[in-house]
Design a protein around this ligand. Structure first.
Ligand SMILES: [Zn+2]
Length: 488
C-alpha cells in the first residue's frame, strides 16, 4: 500500500493581530521529504507512530511535509496554498491518506482551513480512497471536514499526551479501510454552544464521563471511533464550539450516537473547574511561602497563554512579581525577539536595560516594562523535550535570554510558546524544582510536566488576549443564538 502521511497544524486565534506566514512555521516546525524520518523516527510523536505503523503494515510512505506553528492569527493564503500544493502533488495513485491536523486552522480566505484542505485532497484522490485525520482535542469540527474525511480522531487527553496513541489508532483504522474490511464515514453533532466541557480538561467530570462512554461504545463495536472535541473559543468562526464526531460503517447509526453524546454536552455546559485567584492574592501567597518553600508555587497566567494564540509578551504579571521583590523566582516567559538581540549585543555577564515585552498590543495585559538586569545566558533556544508532551522531539524557541533581575530569573524567547516542558527552564540553566515560585503562561498544558514538581498551583487572568471573558470579545461570525452569548 502507498500511504501519504503529512502533518499541517495550526490553531488560529482570529482575534490576534499577528498573521501566520511561512516564517512562523519555519521558526516552529518545518520539515520536508527526506528530512522527516530522521526528525521523528523513534519518537513518541504522531509522526513517530505513523512510521512505526508503516513498518508494521508494510506501507510505502510518501511524506511531503511536517509543519506546525505556535497558535497565532490567520494563516496566510500563500502558505496554505503552498502546503496544499505540496500535498496534492503527491496524491496520485495513493491507497490511503493519514494526516495530523489541528482542526482549528483559519486562513485569510477560509475560516475552516482543514475542511478546505481535506476537500482539495478528496477531489484529487476520489471518493474510494480512505483518508483518516488525527486532530487536536480543541478542533472546531465542520460538516465539510466530516464529509471529506473517512474518519476524524481527536486526542483524548488535555494536557495532550496521546498524539502517538491516537495516530496508531488512526493507522490501524486506515489499514482496515484500505483492505476494505471497514467503510468508515463520519457523523458530526453540535449544539448552539460557544464554550463548554471545562475547556476540554480531561481531568474534569464532563470529559471524564464522555470519554468513559466513548470507550464503552468503541469496545462494544457500536462505532469504529467516538471522538470528542472541546472546540476552540478564540476564533470568530461560524462552526465554533464543542462537537462529537462518530465514525461508523453506517452514517445514520453514527449520527444517532453523536447526537446522544452531544445532549450530555448541552446538559453539562455550565460546568467549570477554573478558579482565578486575584493577582495581588497570588503574589501575597508567593511572598508568604518563599522562605520555607521546598517545592515551587506555580502561578499560571491563563490569559497570556501562547498556546491559544496570546502574544506571550504581556507584562502585568512580571511587573507585579518585580514590584513585590519576590525571591528565587523562575519566570517563563516574555516573547520579545528585539530585547533578546539587545541583550546579546550587551553580552553575557553584563548589565542591560531593556524595554521588555508589551510590544505586540500594549492594551492586552500590559505594555513595555523597563527592566535592568544581568545577562546570565543566551542560547539558540533549541533543545530536545523529553517531558510527557515532548515525546523526545526537538523544539526551537529561537534566540533565548536568561535575564536576572533581583531574585527573578526571566526567560525571554524569540519564538513564542507556552511552558509545557521542564527543558524550557533547564536549557537556560534554571532548575525549576529548586525555585520558590515559578511563573508560567499556560491554561492547562503546563500541568503535565509542572504539576508533579509543584507545591501549589494558582491560576490568574491578567487581562491579556486569551482572557476568559467571552462577552467582551468582538464575535461577529459565530452562529447565533449561541450560549453563553445569548440566553438559550
Ligand atoms: Zn489543544
Amino acid at each position: 500500500m502507498r500511504v501519504l502521511v503529512a502533518e499541517f497544524m495550526h490553531e488560529t486565534n482570529t482575534f490576534s493581530v499577528q498573521a501566520t506566514d511561512e516564517s512562523a512555521f519555519r521558526n516552529s516546525c518545518y520539515y520536508l521529504d527526506n528530512d522527516i524520518p530522521g526528525a521523528f523516527a523513534d519518537t513518541r510523536t504522531s509522526m513517530g507512530a505513523a512510521f512505526e505503523a508503516a513498518e508494521k503494515f508494510g506501507w510505502s510512505v510518501i511524506h511531503p511535509i511536517v509543519t506546525s506553528a505556535n497558535p497565532s492569527g490567520r494563516v496566510t493564503d500563500a502558505f496554505f496554498d503552498a502546503v496544499s500544493e505540496r500535498i496534492l502533488n503527491v496524491c496520485d495513485g495513493v491507497d490511503g491518506v493519514l494526516l495530523h491536523l489541528h482542526g482549528s486552522m483559519s486562513t485569510q480566505s477560509y475560516d475552516d482551513g482543514e475542511g478546505e484542505l481535506l476537500a482539495r485532497i478528496r477531489s484529487r484522490i476520489g471518493i474510494e480512497t480512505p483518508m483518516v485525520a488525527v486532530l487536536d482535542l480543541h478542533a472546531t469540527l465542520t460538516q465539510k471536514m466530516a464529509d471529506n474525511a473517512s474518519s476524524l480522531i481527536s486526542y483524548r487527553t488535555y494536557p495532550h499526551i496521546d498524539q502517538y496513541e491516537r495516530t496508531w489508532q488512526a493507522a490501524e483504522l486506515l489499514e482496515k479501510a484500505m483492505l476494505k474490511q471497514v467503510t468508515p464515514q463520519v457523523a458530526v453533532a453540535r449544539r448552539p454552544i460557544l464554550y463548554a466541557l471545562d475547556g476540554g480538561r480531561t481531568t474534569s467530570p464532563p470529559m471524564v464521563e464522555l470519554l468513559r462512554r466513548a470507550d464503552q461504545i468503541e469496545a462494544s463495536r457500536q462505532a469504529l471511533v467516538v471522538s470528542i472535541q472541546a472546540g476552540f473559543s478564540s476564533a470568530d468562526v461560524h462552526d465554533i464550539g464543542p462537537s462529537i464526531a462518530v465514525t461508523g460503517n453506517d452514517r445514520g447509526a453514527a449520527q444517532a450516537i453523536a447526537e446522544e453524546l452531544m445532549d450530555y454536552v448541552w446538559e453539562q455546559r455550565t460546568f467549570s473547574s477554573i478558579q482565578f485567584t486575584p493577582l495581588d492574592e497570588a503574589i501575597a501567597t508567593a511572598k508568604a511561602g518563599e522562605a520555607s518553600a521546598t517545592k515551587p508555587l506555580i502561578i499560571a497566567d491563563y490569559s497570556d497563554n501562547p498556546g491559544s494564540g496570546a502574544y506571550g509578551d504581556a507584562t502585568n504579571l512580571l511587573e507585579a512579581v518585580l514590584a513585590a521583590d519576590l525571591k528565587n523566582v523562575g519566570f517563563h516567559a516574555i516573547c520579545d525577539p528585539e530585547a533578546v538581540l539587545q541583550a546579546q549585543a550587551a553580552g553575557v555577564g553584563n548589565r542591560v536595560t531593556l524595554q521588555l515585552g508589551g510590544k505586540t498590543d500594549p492594551t492586552m495585559g500590559g505594555g513595555p516594562l523597563e527592566v535592568t538586569g544581568h545577562v546570565v545566558a543566551i542560547t539558540d533556544g533549541s533543545f530536545i523535550a523529553y517531558g510527557p508532551m515532548g515525546g523526545g522531539a526537538r523544539r526551537n524557541y529561537g534566540l533565548s535570554l536568561l535575564l536576572r533581575v533581583g531574585g527573578v530569573e526571566i526567560i525571554v524567547i524569540s519564538h513564542n510558546g507556552q511552558a509545557t516542558d521542564l527543558g524550557q527552564f533547564t536549557s537556560l540553566g534554571v532548575d525549576p524544582t529548586r525555585k520558590s515560585t515559578l511563573i508560567v503562561k499556560s491554561m492547562q498544558h503546563f500541568r503535565a510536566a509542572f504539576e508533579p514538581i509543584a507545591r501549589q498551583i494558582l491560576e490568574v487572568d491578567t487581562g491579556a488576549l486569551s482572557t476568559r471573558n467571552f462577552k467582551e470579545r468582538p464575535y461577529k461570525s459565530v452562529r447565533r443564538p449561541i450560549w453563553p452569548l445569548d440566553a438559550i
